[in-house]
Design a protein around this ligand. Structure first.
Ligand code: ADP
Ligand code: MG
Length: 476
């Protein structure tokens, strides 16, 4: 007796189940149903175009083998893809696709497929059950172009962002990749683009999502068997802003999904905006095919702002918060905190907090005192006296002993380390150092430095002491 399509497909499923992880089976094969068997052609129904692409990409070999096993060498597989209709009336319609793994005579799969979006698609950002596709873009309204200060450090990225905001999907900056170090304004700029688009084109579907959150949502959707909703949601967007894509590193499955979403959006002329802490070419742990797409559009970097821009950023922030600081304080802060904007703002906030707590106006002296913790590599001279004090405190030996003639072990050690640090942290000559530490000559200093270097190499504990003291030196 002829087998029915369901019987054939169930036999296929038995084999497939034994060959792939259970989770994958549940995700990708359980939602499939057998539709018909005509001669040697088995047609299966898959819930979406995305499913079809995924199966063809990841399981085509396995599918081919199992179908041939059931139906003989002539066995063929076809997909029937459910395509949701946006009209909201009637049931979804379907479209048929051949499998690419059908052998020599397989057709290419470049036929256009009408895809439209069901109004009921689920939004992973909102509580399930809430209907209608009214997407909260997840943007912070405080991040705008208006309060994003322009400088040499960000000119290209800012103007590219502006162009993208004016014509999302309509420039060659797609994707727009904004990259740069921590706290340099990537998130601010990326969100400013989103806010600007919403301001001018409120009907555009814009979504901001951190890479981390996206990965989490993906894992959840696997768990809940809602992968299809997850993908549909993102593929329905006009603009996707994905923050910190370096966090994709090592997450192969999520990269795979994003690859498909990216392709879909890009092909349909939708805008993709990415941020990353490194240039695409330096991103480690990302699949090559994803990286190559990241390079398709424009990569623009953010540099550390120069002094002028830092002052402007501080002033803008003060103005926005309705506060005033003396010019010399602003300059002092901007001058000394020169590695990132977030720290710059952090320093100002803590200044304000301190002054409110102490009910004191902020003047330069107060600023200097309070910012000690923020300012790391001050180039102020470290004195031998100070080194001596630190070392002696550290080893709990009396300060004047170091200068004495005693040869007690712990004193000798403190003396030698003091000499070594004086050599490396001050501009004093060997002669001056020797003279300072109890009228010794320069060869004693050379010997001390040599001894300390040897001990650092061979004695872990000793090395830790020296490192500790050095840290304290730098913090002062
Ligand atoms: P990143 O995402 O690169 O780590 P953020 O975008 O979070 O950095 O920026 C850190 C802080 O610095 C934010 O408060 C942001 O508003 C501010 N900032 C960065 N660049 C600028 C700029 N050019 N003008 C005004 N504020 C800025
Ligand atoms: Mg950020």
């Amino acid at each position: 007796m002829e087998k029915t399509c369901t019987e054939v497909w169930n036999s296929c499923l038995q084999i497939i189940k034994d060959n792939i992880p259970n989770q994958s089976f549940k995700t990708w094969f359980e939602p499939i149903s057998a539709l018909k068997l005509e001669g040697k052609v088995l047609t299966i129904q898959v819930p979406s175009l995305f499913f079809y692409e995924w199966l063809e990409e990841h399981y085509v070999g396995l599918l081919r083998k199992t179908v041939k096993k059931q139906l003989g060498d002539e066995g063929r597989l076809e997909y029937n893809i459910v395509v949701d209709k946006s009209s909201g009336t009637g049931s979804p319609y379907t479209t048929n696709m051949p499998s690419n793994g059908n052998g020599a005579e397989a057709k290419t799969q470049s036929m256009p497929i009408p895809v439209s979006i069901n109004k009921d698609i689920k939004n992973p950002f909102i509580i399930p059950g809430l209907k209608k596709l009214n997407v909260d873009p997840q943007l912070n309204p405080n991040y705008t172009f208006d309060n994003y200060i322009e400088g040499d450090c960000n000119r290209l990225a800012r103007s590219a962002g502006y162009a993208v905001a004016a014509k999302p999907g309509g420039t060659s900056f797609n994707p727009l990749m904004i990259y740069g170090g921590v706290g340099l304004g990537k998130t601010h700029l990326a969100q400013a683009i989103g806010n600007e688009i919403k301001r001018n084109m409120s009907d555009k579907l814009v979504i901001y999502v951190s890479c981390e959150k996206f990965c989490q949502q993906f894992v959840d959707s696997l768990k809940n068997n809602t992968i299809n909703d997850f993908v549909n949601f993102y593929q329905a967007m006009d603009v996707i802003i994905m923050d910190d894509v370096h966090n994709f590193a090592g997450k192969e499955k999520t990269q795979d999904i994003f690859f498909h979403i990216f392709n879909h959006l890009h092909q349909s002329g939708k805008q993709v905006i990415l941020t990353s802490d490194k240039a695409p070419k330096d991103l480690a742990g990302l699949e090559e095919r994803l990286l190559s797409r990241f390079k398709w559009g424009l990569s623009a970097d953010l540099q550390v702002p120069d002094l002028e821009t830092r002052v402007a950023i501080l002033k803008k922030k003060m103005y926005a918060d309705g506060i005033e600081l003396p010019g010399e304080v602003v300059e002092y802060v901007a001058h000394n905190i020169d590695n990132n904007v977030r720290e710059l703002e952090g320093a100002m906030v803590s200044l304000l907090a301190q002054s409110t707590l102490n009910k004191k106006d902020i003047d330069l002296a107060l600023a200097k005192q309070m910012l000690k913790n923020f300012i790391k590599n001050t180039s102020k001279e470290i004195s031998m006296e100070y080194i001596q004090k630190l070392v002696c405190e550290y080893f709990e030996v009396p300060v004047d002993m170091v200068k004495s003639q005693t040869r007690k072990r712990e004193i000798v050690q403190a003396r030698q380390i003091s000499m070594y640090l004086s050599k490396s942290h001050t501009k004093s000559s060997l002669k001056t150092i020797g003279a300072f530490f109890g009228g010794r000559d320069h060869s004693t200093v050379i010997y001390a430095c040599q001894t300390v270097e040897d001990l650092i190499e061979t004695d872990k504990k000793f090395k830790a002491y020296v490192n500790d003291i050095q840290k304290k030196l730098k913090m002062s």
